[in-house]
Design a protein around this ligand. Sequence first.
Ligand code: AMP
Ligand code: ZN
Length: 502
Amino acid sequence: MKGLRLHNSLSGDKEPFEPLHPPFVGLYVCGPTVYNDVHLGNCRTFLTFDILRRWLTWLGYRVRYVRNITDVGHLENDADDGEDKIGKKARLEQLEPMEVVQRYTVGFHEVMQRLNILPPSIEPTATGHIIEQIQMVEKILEQGLAYVVNGSVYFDVQAFEKRVGGYGALSGRKLDELIAGAGAGRRTLEGQDEKRHPADFALWKKASPQHIMRWPSPWGEGFPGWHIECSAMSTKYLGAEFDIHGGGFDLKFPHHECERAQNLACTGQGGPRYWMHSNMLTVQGKRMGKSEGNALWPRDIFSGDHPLLPRAYSPMTLRYMMMQAHYRSTLDFTPDALEAADKNLAKIREALGFLPHLTGSGVSDFSWSSWQDSLFEALNDDLNVPLACARLLEGLKHLHQVAHKQAHISEEDLEALRSFLPRFVEEVLGLQIQATAPSDASALQALENVMGLLIQLRNEARVSRNYALADQIRDRLQKVGIQLADSREGTTWHLQGSSSVS
Ligand code: AMP
Ligand code: ZN
C-alpha cells in the first residue's frame, strides 16, 4: 500500500507526506474569529482538519495540533481597513471585548464537541501572544523588510521581493496585478495612504482614540495586524519550520500569503512545508458566510427549526453529511444531502449493532483484507474521505448479506472485522454511534420477521384499496424510528438515524 500523499497548495500537486521529525507531526490550523457563532461553513473546515489529525494519529504519528483563537486584529476588511470585528461587536452590544470573546469561544467549543471534532493540543489566543507578535515585528524591522509610519508598522512587500522573493507563490497572485487591483478606490481606505505600496500590509496598527483593544508597543499604543498572530503562534509552538498548515481556501490570500512572507522575513524559513486548504461549503452554489446572509447554524440542524429543513438531524448526521465531498471540492448544503447521510449512517449503526452477534464459518466470499486496504488507500490519497465512506458502505452491504445468511465470513475475518470496524468508524471517521440493533441474533431475526409481516399487511391493505390503513402503518412505524422505502423491487425498511437526535 502506498503511503500518505497530501495536496500541497504551494506546489499545486499531491506530494508524499514526509514529516520533518517523525514520528512527530506539527499541524497548525487557523481557528475562528470569535465575534460570532460558527456557521456550518466554518465547521466544515475544522472537520477536514479533525479527520486529517485523526488519520495521522491512526498512522502512528504523534500530532501536535495547534488551532488558534483569533480574538484581536481581524478587521472588517481584509485590506487592513475597518473596525476590529470583536471591538465592533463589543461596541454594539455594550460589552467588554473579552466578554464577546468568552461567549463565542464557549459556543465554538460546544459546537466542536457535539460534532466530535477533537480539541487541539494547544489553542493559543492572539491576545495571549502580543509580546511574541511585537518581537516578530521588531525582527522584520531589523531585517529592513518593514517600515514605521505614524505609529503603525507595515510589511514592505517590494523590499521582500527584492531580497527574499516568492510573494504570491502560495496564492498565485502577481505583484503587478495586486497594484492594478488596488485601484483608485482602495487608496481612499483608511491607512492606505500610509502604505508605500498597495500590496504592503499592516504588522502593527496604531490605535485611534476610540479603539478599545490596545497594547503598548515600541511604536506607541496599538494592536497587532491579523496575519502576524498566526506566524507568531505557529513559530512559538511548532518551530520556524514545521509540517502542515491548514485553513479554508478563502484564507490563501491575503492571510496565508502574508503569513508566509512574515515567516520568511523573520526566520528565513517559510513555516510549514505543506499548505492545505479546505474548500467552501456553499448554499445554492454560493459560499456560506455570515455577510452573504445565507449562513446556517449547527443549532438549526439539531432543532430542525429552519425553513430549509423538513426535520431535525443529529450532530453525527451533520458530520457524516459534511464528509461526503472531498475537502478540496466545494460541498453544497442541501436537505437531501442530510437525508442521504442519515440513511447511510443508519446502515453503519445497524452493522455495528449486529457485528457482535454474527457467527463466522467456512471461507469468506469477500476479501475483507483488500477491502480494509482500500479504505486506507482512499485516506492516503490526499484524504479522500468520501471515497473511504463509499467503500465502507460497500463492505457493510456484504456484512448485511452475512447477517441474513446470504453470504459467509470466516471466523478469522470476523474477528479481524470486530476489532477493526468500530475503531475505524469512531477513531478515524469520528462517528460516535450507539448501536441500536437488537442485543442478540435471534431478536434481530424476530424483528426481521415482524417487519416482514407488517410490510405484507400494508401491501394487502393497498391491494384492497384501504390506503388509510396502509399510510397509518407507514406513519406509525416512522414515529417509532422505522422508515419504509418503496421501490419497484418491493418495500424495504431501515432504522432512522434521526431517532437518536441528541
Ligand atoms: P473566520 O472565523 O471567519 O476566521 O473563519 C474560520 C474558518 O472557517 C476559516 O478557516 C475560514 O476559511 C473557514 N470558512 C469560512 N467560511 C467558510 C465556508 N463557507 N466553507 C468552509 N469554510 C469556511
Ligand atoms: Zn491564521
